[in-house]
Ligand binder design. Structure first.
Ligand SMILES: Nc1ncnc2c1ncn2[C@@H]1O[C@H](COP(=O)(O)OP(=O)(O)OP(=O)(O)O)[C@@H](O)[C@H]1O
Ligand SMILES: [Mg+2]
Length: 351
C-alpha cells in the first residue's frame, strides 16, 4: 500500500465531510465558569435587593457578552408563563452601551436604546401607566421636551416600571467610564443607581476590567455594588484544566467528521494560546475549521495557523494580568475570626 493513501492521525480528507464550521456559530457551551456566574447572579437578583448595581468584569474574549445575552434569554424563558398572561411584561432587557466615538458618553443614545428594547413588538395591552392599553406599546412623553435628556430618562424610568423589568444588562459598560469626564462620572453613575432604585430594576454592568474602577468612585456607590469576576481558566489549576478540556471536547463533538477525536490532544496548547478564554477558543477553532475547509482536509497545520500570534497573545495577557492585579486585591473579603464567647459576656468583660 502506498503511503500517500494513508491518513495520518493529524490529517483527514474533507471531501466527504458534511460538517460545516457554521455549526460553531451561535453555540452555547454551559461551562463551569458560566454556571458559577449565572448561579451567583440568579441568587443576587431579586425584588428589594440592596445590590442595585452588579458588576461582571473579565478579560477580553472570556465570553462576557455570551453570558449577558444568555441571562436575559433565560430570564424571559423562565417568565414565559407570566408573559403569556401579561404580554406587557419584559422581565429582562439587554443593551450595549454605545461607543459614540466622541469624548462624551452619549446618554441620549443609551436611553434611546433602552427605550427601543422596552417598546418591543408586543401587541397585547398592559393597563399600567405608560403603556397604551389598545396597542400594548409604550407611550413616550411628547412635545418639545420629548427628546430632551430629562424626558428620555423619564420615559426609561416609566418604561422599566411599566414593563416590570427586574434587571437591565448593560454590556460594554466600560464605555460609560471611558467616555465620561472624571468629574462627571460619579453624577452619571448616580443616575444609573437612582434609575435602579426608582424602578426596582437591578443594573447588571458587564465589561472589561476597566469597569472595575467604578467601585472606587464613591462609598455610596460601592455600598450598592457587588462585583463578580468572570475569570479565565488557569493553567495552574487542576479543576480549571478539566473544565477547559470539557469545552474543547464540546467543540470537538460539534464537528465530529472534521476533528474526530483529534482536537482533545491539543487542549494544553489551546489553553496556553487562548489564555483560558472560551470566547477566544471559539474564535481560534472556528478559524481552524474554516482553514481546513479551504485546504479540503484537516491538518494540525490548520490549527497552528488559526492560533493567536505571540504578539497578540502577549498583548491580551498583559491586559489580563493588569486587570487581575487590580481586581483581585479589591475582591478580598475579610471575615474577622468568630469569638467563642457569647457577645453578652464579652460586652460585660469589656465594661
Ligand atoms: N459558552 C460559549 N459557548 C460557545 N461559544 C462561546 C461561548 N462563550 C463565547 N463563545 C463565542 O466566543 C465569541 C466571543 O465571545 P463573547 O463575545 O461573549 O466574549 P466577550 O468576553 O464578550 O469578548 P469582548 O471582550 O471582546 O467583548 C462569540 O462568538 C461567542 O459565540
Ligand atoms: Mg463582549
Amino acid at each position: 500500500m502506498s503511503n500517500s493513501n494513508n491518513i495520518t492521525p493529524a490529517t483527514s480528507s474533507l471531501s466527504s465531510l458534511p460538517d460545516s464550521p457554521e455549526k460553531l456559530h451561535g453555540m452555547h457551551i454551559k461551562h463551569t465558569r458560566i454556571e458559577q456566574i449565572m448561579g451567583e447572579l440568579e441568587t443576587l437578583i431579586y425584588p428589594e435587593s440592596q445590590d442595585s448595581i452588579l458588576l461582571v468584569c473579565g478579560p477580553s474574549g472570556v465570553g462576557k457578552s455570551t453570558l449577558a445575552r444568555h441571562m436575559v434569554k433565560q430570564a424571559l424563558k423562565n417568565a414565559s408563563a407570566q408573559m403569556d398572561s401579561d404580554a406587557g411584561l419584559i422581565p429582562a432587557v439587554y443593551v450595549e452601551a454605545p461607543s459614540s466615538g466622541e469624548n462624551d458618553f452619549s446618554w441620549r443614545l443609551f436611553y434611546q436604546r433602552i427605550l427601543h428594547q422596552l417598546e418591543g413588538e408586543l401587541s397585547m395591552p398592559k393597563s399600567d401607566y405608560g403603556i397604551d392599553a389598545s396597542t400594548g406599546r409604550m407611550i413616550r412623553p411628547r412635545g418639545a421636551s420629548g427628546n430632551s435628556l430629562a424626558a428620555l430618562r423619564t420615559a426609561v424610568e416609566r418604561g422599566l416600571r411599566a414593563r416590570g423589568t427586574r434587571f437591565l444588562v448593560i454590556d460594554e459598560a466600560a464605555h460609560i467610564i471611558r467616555q465620561t469626564r472624571r468629574n462627571r462620572l460619579e453624577i452619571q453613575l448616580d443616575t444609573l443607581k437612582s434609575l435602579a432604585n426608582e424602578c426596582g430594576t437591578q443594573m447588571i454592568l458587564v465589561g472589561s476590567y476597566d469597569l472595575y474602577q467604578l467601585v472606587s468612585l464613591s462609598g455610596q456607590l460601592a455600598r450598592r455594588t457587588h462585583v463578580l469576576h468572570f475569570e479565565r481558566y488557569r493553567q495552574d489549576n487542576e479543576a480549571d484544566l478539566r473544565a477547559f478540556q470539557a469545552c474543547v471536547k464540546k467543540f470537538q463533538n460539534t464537528l465530529p467528521d472534521l476533528w474526530g477525536e483529534q482536537l482533545e490532544q491539543h487542549t494544553a496548547a489551546l489553553l496556553e494560546n487562548t489564555l483560558g478564554c472560551v470566547g477566544t477558543l471559539s474564535a481560534v477553532l472556528t478559524r481552524a475549521a474554516m482553514l481546513a475547509q479551504q485546504d479540503k482536509r484537516w491538518t494540525v497545520d490548520a490549527l497552528r495557523r488559526a492560533l493567536l500570534t505571540e504578539a497578540q497573545r502577549k498583548q491580551i495577557l498583559e491586559e489580563i494580568i493588569d486587570g487581575e492585579t487590580a481586581i483581585n486585591p479589591g475582591l478580598t473579603r475579610t471575615m474577622p475570626r468568630a469569638q467563642n464567647r457569647p457577645v453578652g459576656r464579652q460586652a460585660r468583660s469589656v465594661a
